[in-house]
Design a protein around this ligand. Structure first.
Ligand SMILES: O=C(O)c1ccccc1NCC(=O)[C@H](O)[C@H](O)COP(=O)(O)O
Length: 213
């Protein structure tokens, strides 16, 4: 079944709604050098992370200046996984060497060196990124290309970028990713989630599908 990640959580009741909806992963943005309504202080990210129940993966989403800084932040927040954006494959490998958390590489779907991330990363987040490499853009990318990436790479791929309750079923059918990742498509305001949208997103991402041969 397609895994689901609800990202950019900032409030307890939104986190609880994501867990109740059946999300497999929940993401907390902390330590990014851009203006975003989803940014949390490290202590706040750690507090929300402690609330994540067994069986749900907590993900620290960050853009640390160095792998050492990323490992130090992971130590402080204590997530199950750390998702880094705008990192080279070598930086992802250096971070993985320094943390026990699983490492997700947030990459731009249009990049042509994605196979180089397959070894150091535990998973890829195939996203639409801005000029600074950040995610949370609310923009989709080429799903046919994403399908080829999923088929070619020997690493789990989470499809991200502009997903919504309205388009996620088609995205899953087209790309057949390991999982899907959403932030702005489940918000009612910056950093504030719409609980009905979270529930619809998870339901539609995970609904059984007829396989055609
Ligand atoms: O959400 C942010 O503001 C953000 C800032 C910097 C790096 C990553 C960020 N978000 C990552 C995500 O929320 C998701 O993994 C992904 O980008 C999906 O975002 P969206 O297109 O809004 O669904």
């Amino acid at each position: 079944m397609t895994r689901t990640k609800i990202c950019g959580l900032t409030r307890e009741d939104d986190l609880d709604a994501a867990v109740a909806a059946g999300a497999d992963m929940v993401g907390f943005v902390c330590g990014v050098p851009i203006e975003t309504p989803r940014e949390l202080a490290p202590d706040r990210a750690a507090t929300l992370g402690e609330r994540v129940p067994e069986g749900v993966t907590s993900v620290l989403v960050t853009m640390p200046e160095t792998p050492e800084a990323g490992a130090a932040l992971a130590e402080r927040v204590d997530p199950d996984a750390i998702q880094v954006h705008d990192y080279s494959p070598d930086e992802v490998a250096a971070l993985a060497d320094r943390t026990d958390a699983r490492v997700l590489a947030g990459v731009d779907a249009a990049d042509d060196d994605l196979e180089q991330y397959a070894n150091p990363a535990d998973a890829l987040v195939l996203d639409s990124t801005d000029e600074q490499g950040a995610g949370g853009t609310g923009e989709t990318h080429d799903w046919e290309r994403a399908r080829a990436v999923v088929a070619d790479l020997d690493v789990p791929v989470l499809l991200a970028g502009g997903l919504t309750p309205e388009n996620v079923a088609e995205a899953v059918r087209t790309v057949e990713p390991f999982g899907v990742d959403v932030s702005s498509g489940t918000e009612r305001a910056g950093g504030v989630k719409d609980h009905a949208a979270i529930q619809q997103f998870v339901e539609r991402a995970t609904a059984p599908r007829t396989v055609t041969t």
